[in-house]
Design a protein around this ligand. Structure first.
Ligand code: 5GP
Length: 184
């Protein structure tokens, strides 16, 4: 499970990680936010209306969910049914806390920026959000960064290659620690 403020580079880190570990799969979250240009339904997100999201929530279909910067986000339990092992969740703080309760054995990694200023620069450079949305995301980021101590594993995403290497060594321990099965 990978958490960290918006704009910290989780997406790029995870894409690189998935290239290194073909046994990993990224969970496709549900959200009520509008698709960005280039985003595809069912690939980047399951884009749902508020009513659909609410209905699925009432039906108990979510492992976790949270309101983030004015929209709902959540992990559908069906994502875990497909293959829980090697499933990567890229989620914000409140959802991560819920997953920590539900799946305490999951590897939990917090990605942080070198500074809040660096984060601001990245969010502006990404150009995906309005000024108001960026301000909102930076507000949330400050709260998320204050919760850094909750994580056993914290990686600073300064140089991408370094951050990927650190993440990759953590992920590799997952397989090292797995019992090898009955060898008799
Ligand atoms: P974005 O709108 O930039 O795609 O995502 C905004 C935030 O929502 C990011 O911090 C992202 O990690 C988080 N997020 C994406 N999917 C989920 C999810 O399924 N559950 C939760 N709790 N957060 C999510």
């Amino acid at each position: 499970m990978i958490t960290g403020p918006s704009g910290v580079g989780k997406g790029t880190l995870i894409r690189t990680l998935l290239e290194r570990f073909p046994q990993l799969r990224l969970s496709v979250s549900a959200t009520t936010r509008e698709p960005r240009p280039g985003e595809t339904q069912g690939v980047d997100y399951h884009f749902l209306t508020r009513a659909e999201f609410e209905k699925r929530l009432q039906n108990g279909e979510f492992l976790e969910h949270a309101e983030y910067a004015g929209n709902q986000y959540g992990t559908l339990r069906s994502e875990l049914d497909r293959a829980a092992e090697g499933l990567v969740l890229e989620i914000e703080l409140q959802g991560a806390r819920q997953v920590r309760q539900a799946l305490p054995e999951a590897l939990q990694v917090f990605i942080k920026p070198p500074s809040l200023d660096a984060l601001r620069t990245r969010l502006i450079a990404r150009g995906a959000e309005s000024e108001e949305q960026i301000a909102r995301r930076l507000d949330v980021a400050e709260r998320e960064l204050a919760a850094e101590h909750e994580w056993k594993h914290v990686i600073v995403n300064d140089r991408l290659e370094d951050a990927v290497d650190q993440l990759a060594s953590l992920v590799a321990t997952l397989w090292d620690e797995q019992p090898r099965g009955d060898s008799q």
